[in-house]
Design a protein around this ligand. Structure first.
Ligand SMILES: *[C@@H]1O[C@H](CO)[C@@H](O)[C@H](O)[C@H]1NC(C)=O
Ligand SMILES: *[C@@H]1O[C@H](CO)[C@@H](O)[C@H](O)[C@H]1NC(C)=O
Ligand SMILES: *[C@@H]1O[C@H](CO)[C@@H](O)[C@H](O)[C@H]1NC(C)=O
Ligand SMILES: *[C@@H]1O[C@H](CO)[C@@H](O)[C@H](O)[C@H]1NC(C)=O
Length: 494
């Protein structure tokens, strides 16, 4: 409650200096506060309040009914859009030659704002610097600080210092609300990022980011840390406070060997903790991550990372082609990207699990959503561990038992129809390789299905309370047709 009161104080323009005014003023102020609290209380209590995505968490922006709407409306109250974000990407001259393809896949020249920080000026084919890349800056020379502090990991100090270097670029008239830090191989889904950030009050202190998928990474570094490759987001006031304390911060934690750990520690000392985002992915996994991407948590996809450390996510493409291919779907509808939607062909007893824009699985038995939402462990651990737990989520074993193993289809193409719908097509990557059907009735096998077409509305889906549902509209020859819709009131996905 204290923080709410002080925010009212701020909004009303009382600074702590002129707060100590006469008794009348105090009475008025207290009366005003009471009124505010009553309004706040009532607006929270009203059971008929329409489902407002902004009111689903106490962390989120206060309801528009609050004091904001009745006082001077400033630009602070307009919805957050991409122009309010500035990106700071930490890279190196050497790696950029190859990693630039990851950033190119999402960077929008003249639209996204921000900088790429290099350890040294670009050379060779990087000159002249392309306009399709973020403009670059060469990181500050921190030799003196590094010597004085005997820093354990100079590169890490450079990365943390980057937050301050981004912050000092900001002009007063730019209206930046969020500073988004990432690596030179971070793949961002900026529209979803904007939608998620828009729910938070950027005038407050917020630190958003992703934990590692690998439990031990969180244990070794910190469960309170946002992993840099997944990207972390700082509200303006927090970035400002961190930039101001940068030298003190680096001196306090020069013995840490991880940039993300130093950052989290300095932010903790400001009094702020991580708000973990389930759609921000460090991808501390190895091998084939298709199982993970096919059972994505029901949260907007904000980032992917470590593509050099995993197999290409589409089996017939290289890493860069895969990234660009995924973006074809993301560029049409980010809100549904990788969202898992499940429906059943009751007669055949098949389950369809669609990870929109990426894959479709067909299982030859009916499996409930509670089970299908666990990723199949197609991937390996980031570091070999002898015993579980390994991951921050439950998994299903990779099985070649015909009732357990899916027929797998990958995203192929996307188009908009004249009926304000989107059609995504998925095709079979390879035969399942298991010749038995789950049923003794051989006509129930899905082996012959080669293509799946999914129709979804061409409108952004903002509801986060429940997933979408779907229907198998028909199976014609070797092609299955599926249509998305909202789930019915009493629908059970099982
Ligand atoms: C809001 O306040 C600003 C200064 O803070 C002022 O310039 C502007 O005219 C005010 N707008 C309204 C509608 O009162
Ligand atoms: C973003 O919001 C600002 C107001 O804060 C507005 O002036 C600007 O036109 C918006 N930009 C886009 C691309 O919508
Ligand atoms: C075998 O499965 C098909 C398709 O599901 C069904 O039409 C048929 O009746 C089944 N046959 C038997 C003997 O159960
Ligand atoms: C199926 O699984 C068994 C046991 O895990 C394994 O021995 C066998 O090689 C697998 N077969 C195929 C085709 O992957």
């Amino acid at each position: 409650m204290a923080s709410k009161m002080s925010s009212v104080k701020e909004r009303l323009g009382f600074s702590s200096d002129n707060f100590a005014v006469g008794g009348l003023c105090k009475t008025l102020l207290i009366a005003g506060l009471l009124l505010y609290l009553i309004i706040l209380f009532q607006s929270n209590q009203n059971p008929n309040c329409p489902a407002n995505p902004r009111s689903f968490s106490p962390f989120l922006k206060r309801d528009p009914i609050s004091i904001n709407s009745r006082t001077n409306q400033t630009s602070e109250d307009t919805p957050t859009n991409l122009s309010h974000l500035v990106f700071g990407l930490l890279g190196s001259e050497k790696a950029w030659h190859q990693r630039k393809a990851y950033i190119e896949s999402w960077w929008r020249p003249k639209v996204t704002k921000g900088y790429l920080y290099l350890d040294e000026p670009p050379t060779g084919e990087l000159r002249p610097w392309s306009t399709v890349w973020p403009p670059y800056r060469v990181s500050d020379d921190l030799t003196k600080l590094l010597q004085e502090t005997k820093a354990q990991a100079p590169v890490m100090i450079r990365m943390v210092h980057g937050v301050m270097e981004v912050f000092r670029e900001l002009k007063d008239n730019e209206n930046i609300r969020w500073i988004v830090m990432g690596d030179d191989d971070s793949i961002f889904f900026v529209e979803n990022m904007v939608d998620v950030l828009a729910k938070y009050d950027h005038t407050k202190y917020y630190y958003l980011g992703g934990q590692s998928e690998f439990i031990m990474s969180n244990f070794w570094y910190s469960f309170n840390q946002g992993f840099g490759g997944a990207g972390f987001m700082l509200s303006y006031p927090l970035a400002k406070a961190l930039a101001k304390d940068m030298e003190g911060c680096l001196r306090r934690y020069a013995h840490f060997t991880s940039a993300d750990k130093i950052t989290f520690a300095c932010i903790a000392d400001i009094g702020v903790n991580l708000s973990p985002q389930k759609g921000s992915h460090q991808i501390d996994l190895r091998g084939d991550i298709s199982g993970f991407l096919s059972s994505h948590p029901k949260s907007p996809l904000m980032s992917l990372h470590h593509f050099n450390g995993v197999q290409p996510i589409f089996p017939s493409m290289d890493r860069f082609e895969s990234t660009r291919h995924l973006m074809k779907a993301a560029n049409v509808d980010q809100s549904r990207m990788l969202q898992q939607t499940i429906c059943y062909h009751r007669q055949h007893k098949w389950s369809f699990s669609i990870s929109w824009g990426y894959s479709v699985h067909i299982y030859e038995r009916v499996m409930p959503r509670s089970y299908l939402q666990n990723p199949i462990e197609t991937f390996q651990m980031w570091s070999e561990m002898l015993s579980p737990p390994y991951y921050m989520f439950n998994t299903r074993v990779l099985s070649n038992y015909s009732c357990e193993a899916p027929h797998v289809f990958f995203f192929e193409s996307i188009k908009k129809t004249s009926k304000n719908e989107i059609v995504t097509s998925y095709s079979r990557a390879s035969p399942r390789g298991i010749f038995l059907s789950c049923s003794s009735n051989e006509s129930r096998t899905a082996e012959h299905i080669f293509k799946i077409e999914v129709v979804s509305p061409a409108t952004k889906r903002i509801e986060m309370d429940r997933c979408e549902c779907c229907d198998i509209v028909g199976i014609v020859g070797n092609k299955a047709h599926i249509k998305f819709r909202e789930c019915m009131t009493d629908e059970i996905i099982a």
